[in-house]
Design a protein around this ligand. Structure first.
Ligand code: WQD
Length: 340
C-alpha cells in the first residue's frame, strides 16, 4: 500500500482528500501546523475511515524539521501539497506573511525530497484573473494576480515548472481549482472558516443557521444573466477524487511531461443569485439577502474548460449544485450540535 504525504491534511480540501486516498487504498501521513484548521478534524477523519492516519505536527517553513521528517519517511510515494495560506483579503493586508509561508513551505518540501518526488500542487483558477475567453482552458494566459494570495499561486507554479525543467526526477501536476464548496456526505468534515466567512457558501450556511445576518450579494450590475457574478462551483468530494487521479497518473508515469496543469471544475458557470436559489431549493431554507456594491478584486465571470482533465486525467466532476448545497447545509447543522 503506497504511502502519500498530505501537507495541510486537516484543512478543508486536504481532509476530504485524505478520505478519498484511503478509499483508493493508499496509506496516508498528514503534516499540518493547524494554522488554518482544527485538530479535531483528525478524529473526524478517523470516524469516517475507521483508522487514524499517521500525523506529524510540523511547520513546513522550518527547513531543518522538514528535512528531518523526510529522512524518517523514505517510503513516501508521493506528496499532495495543500499547506498554504489562502485568504484573499488577508493576503492584501499581510503580503509578506503570505509570500514567506507559501514559498518557504513549498521549497522546503521539494528540497527535503531532493527534487526526487511525485508532487500534486494545490493551485487555483485565480491565476487566470478575468479570462478573455470562456470557458477558460489551461492554455489561457496567466494574468496579473489581483492579490498576493493569487500571486503566490502563480509564482509557485513558475517555481515548480522551472525546477521540473532541470530536475527530471521531480514530477509535478498543478491542479487549478475553481470554487470548492460542500462537505462530506457524513457531515463529519467540511469547510471551517475562521471568523466571518469570506467565501459565499459558508456565509450562506451561517446566515441560514442564524450565526450571521443577511447575505450581501456583491454586485448585480455585471454583464451576466441576472447581473450577479458567475463562478464554477465544484463539490469538494469531486475535487478530492481528482487528487487521487493525479497521484495515480504520476505513479503510473502516464504524464506527458514532468510538469502538467489541469483545471478542476464542472465546466458550468453559476451566478450568485442562482446559488442562493439553489440553496433554498435544496434545503427548504429561506435566505435573506441584500444587493451591495461589487467586491474589490472580484472577477465578473469565470468557469473552466475541463476537457483536459476528462481526457488525460480520466476525471470528471459528478456532483451537482443540489448536492453541494445540501451537503454544506448538513455540515453547518452538524457544527451547531457539535461545535468545534
Ligand atoms: C464567490 C462569489 C463573490 C461572499 C476565492 C479565491 C479562490 C478560492 C475560492 C482559495 C463572488 C460572491 C461572496 C459574499 C457574495 N480561494 N460573494 N457575497 O472570490 O470566487 O474565490 O475563494 O482557494 O482562489 O479567489 O470565492 O466564495 O469569495 O466568492 O456575493 O458574502 O460570491 O463576489 O462573486 P471567489 P467567494
Amino acid at each position: 500500500m503506497n504511502k502519500i504525504l498530505v501537507t495541510g491534511g486537516t484543512g478543508f480540501i486536504g481532509s476530504h482528500t485524505v478520505v478519498e486516498l484511503h478509499n483508493a487504498g493508499y496509506e496516508v501521513v498528514i503534516v499540518d501546523n493547524f494554522a488554518n484548521s482544527n485538530p479535531k478534524i483528525l478524529d473526524q477523519i478517523e470516524s469516517i475511515i475507521g483508522i487514524k492516519p499517521e500525523f506529524v505536527e510540523l511547520d513546513l517553513c522550518d527547513e531543518a524539521k522538514v528535512a528531518e521528517f523526510a529522512a524518517k519517511h523514505t517510503d513516501i510515494a508521493g506528496v499532495i501539497h495543500f499547506a498554504a495560506y489562502k485568504a484573499v483579503g488577508e493576503s492584501v493586508q499581510q503580503p509578506l506573511k503570505y509570500y514567506r509561508n507559501n514559498f518557504y513551505s513549498l521549497i522546503n518540501v521539494i528540497n527535503a525530497f531532493n527534487s526526487n518526488l511525485n508532487l500534486v500542487f494545490s493551485s487555483s483558477c485565480t491565476v487566470y484573473g478575468q479570462p478573455d475567453v470562456l470557458p477558460v482552458t489551461e492554455a489561457a494566459p496567466v494574468k496579473k494576480a489581483e492579490s498576493p494570495y493569487g500571486n503566490t499561486k502563480q509564482i509557485a507554479e513558475e517555481i515548480l515548472q522551472e525546477t521540473c525543467a532541470v530536475s527530471p526526477d521531480l514530477k509535478v501536476i498543478s491542479l487549478r481549482y475553481f470554487n470548492p464548496v460542500g462537505a462530506h456526505e457524513t457531515a463529519l468534515i467540511g469547510e471551517l472558516p475562521i471568523g466571518v466567512p469570506q467565501n459565499l457558501i459558508p456565509f450562506i450556511t451561517q446566515s441560514a443557521i442564524g450565526k450571521r445576518g443577511p447575505i450581501t450579494v456583491y454586485g448585480n450590475d455585471y454583464d451576466t444573466k441576472d447581473g450577479s457574478a458567475v463562478r464554477d462551483y465544484i463539490h469538494v468530494v469531486d475535487l478530492a477524487k481528482a487528487h487521487v487521479a493525479a497521484i495515480q497518473r504520476l505513479e503510473q508515469q502516464k504524464a506527458e511531461s514532468n510538469y502538467e496543469v489541469f483545471n478542476l471544475g464542472t465546466g458550468r458557470g453559476t451566478t450568485v443569485l442562482e446559488v442562493i436559489g439553489a440553496f433554498e431549493q435544496a434545503t427548504g431554507e429561506q435566505l435573506n439577502y441584500t444587493i451591495g456594491a461589487r467586491r474589490e478584486g472580484d472577477v465578473e465571470k469565470v468557469w473552466g474548460d475541463v476537457t483536459k482533465s476528462a481526457t488525460a486525467l480520466g476525471w470528471t466532476a459528478e456532483l451537482g449544485i443540489n448536492e453541494m448545497m445540501s451537503s454544506a447545509w448538513n455540515w453547518e447543522k452538524y457544527l451547531k450540535d457539535n461545535p468545534f
